[in-house]
Ligand binder design. Structure first.
Ligand code: ZN
Length: 195
């Protein structure tokens, strides 16, 4: 894969504390089949072109031919990601992964898995990066057989380290603020005693 890689400093930190949610997609979709929207890349059987399609859609926009059915989310997890722009553009951006784009009824956006496999956490992390975000810091890249050979392993390790560093910086700010409050409290009591 010779995909151009986003410089790490250009990735947003807005998803590093995103919490994975468990969602039963069949319940979520509801009887009217409108409980959420999803969009993913599929390939046309006739012309071979890949395109971003919504749940239920099978008609190729290039030739009108049939494609694989759009299955939508398969595993009952939702990975929030506050990306902007259209769902189609986002689905195109994550096209190489086994994930789809989801927008919940309340407008919350994120990702869901469309298939299984061994390296799901690598794929999830890659999908966040493809959308312009550092992956959530709780995602751990598993050491499955051959991971050292992944073409993007060096980049992905740096990306995930950057997520951890964001968390460290936030914790440091939190600590520094508490230090300042301790000092302020002592100074206040000292001033009271003098008065
Ligand atoms: Zn086609």
């Amino acid at each position: 894969m010779t995909k151009r890689r986003t410089p790490i400093e250009n990735l947003s930190g807005d998803a590093v504390d995103a919490e994975t949610r468990e969602i039963d997609w069949r319940d979520e979709l509801g009887d009217d089949l409108d409980g959420f929207q999803s969009c993913e890349m599929i390939a046309c059987y006739e012309c071979g072109k890949k395109y971003a399609a919504s749940l239920g859609c099978t008609e190729c926009p290039k030739c009108g031919g049939e494609s694989d059915p759009v299955e939508g989310p398969m595993m009952n997890y939702f990975y929030p990601c506050p990306f902007r722009g259209s769902l189609e553009a986002a689905a195109t951006a994550i096209g190489e992964t086994c994930l789809c784009i989801v927008e919940l009824d309340d407008g919350t956006r994120g990702l869901a898995l469309t298939g299984g496999g061994m390296d799901l956490s690598w794929q999830i992390a890659r999908a966040y990066v493809s959308l312009g975000f550092l992956p959530p810091a709780h995602i751990r890249l598993p050491r499955m057989a051959g991971w050292e050979h992944y073409g993007d392993a060096a980049y992905m390790l740096k990306v995930c380290k950057a997520s951890q560093e964001v968390m460290i910086r936030r914790a440091s700010w939190g600590l520094a603020d508490l230090d300042t409050m301790e000092k302020d409290r002592k100074a206040w009591h000292k001033a009271q005693r003098k008065a």
